[in-house]
Design a protein. Structure first.
Length: 185
C-alpha cells in the first residue's frame, strides 16, 4: 500500500499532511484583463470562463493536472485552467450533469505555473471525468520523445517525495531565493 504524503516544512516548521494541491482562481488571460474589461467582456465561475473579445471569444474550463509522487497514494495536484474550442466547451457544458465516458478535447494549459517556467505554450488533452470530478489534463509529450519541459517530464514520470516537498514549500513560501533566513533577513 502506498504511503500518505506528509512532511515537516523547512520554511515554517509546520507538519503538512496530505498530497499538495495548489490552484488558480482564473485562467491567465482573464487575470490580464482590467477590472472594467472583466465586468464587460468576461464571465467567470468556479468551473468556466468565457472572454468575448471583439476579435473572437475565448473559452476555458477548470481542470486538474496530476503529478504522481513515487510511493505515495495521492498525486500532487495543480488546479489549472485549459482553453477549449467553442464546440468542445459547449459539449462540456451540455453534458455537465451527465458526462460522456471516454470523451475529451484538446486544449492549451492557460496558467503559468511559476515553479515550472517555460516560454512555450503547453498543449494538452483534457479528459472529462464521469465521477463528477473536474476534467483531467494530460500534457502532450514531444514528438521525438526528448521532453525538455520539467512539468511534462514530472507528469509522465512522476516525482520523488523530496521533490514534492520542495515544490510544495516553494509554492507556499516562494522560491528559495525569496525565503527569509533564520534571522529574518
Amino acid at each position: 500500500m502506498a504511503a500518505i504524503f506528509a512532511f515537516t516544512c523547512s520554511c515554517c516548521e509546520q507538519v503538512h499532511e496530505g498530497s499538495p494541491s495548489f490552484g488558480f482562481a482564473a485562467p491567465t488571460p482573464y487575470t490580464r484583463l482590467t477590472e472594467d474589461e472583466q465586468s464587460r467582456i468576461a464571465e467567470l465561475s468556479e468551473d468556466l470562463c468565457v472572454i468575448r473579445h471583439p476579435e473572437g471569444t475565448q473559452y476555458f474550463v477548470r481542470a486538474i493536472l496530476e503529478v504522481p509522487i513515487h510511493g505515495v497514494e495521492e498525486p500532487f495536484l495543480w488546479g489549472v485552467w485549459v482553453s477549449a474550442s467553442a464546440s468542445s466547451f459547449q459539449r462540456y457544458v451540455d453534458s455537465y450533469e451527465h458526462p460522456p465516458e471516454d470523451k475529451g478535447f484538446f486544449g492549451w494549459l492557460s496558467n503559468h505555473i511559476g515553479l515550472y517556467p517555460t516560454d512555450q505554450s503547453r498543449p494538452a488533452d483534457v479528459w472529462i471525468q464521469t465521477d463528477g470530478t473536474r476534467p483531467q489534463v494530460v500534457l502532450h509529450r514531444s514528438r521525438d520523445g526528448t521532453d525538455s519541459d520539467a512539468l511534462v517530464i514530472d507528469q509522465h514520470q512522476g516525482i520523488s517525495i523530496a521533490r514534492a516537498q520542495e515544490l510544495a514549500e516553494q509554492a507556499m513560501h516562494g522560491q528559495p531565493s525569496q525565503r527569509k533566513t533564520a534571522d529574518g533577513s
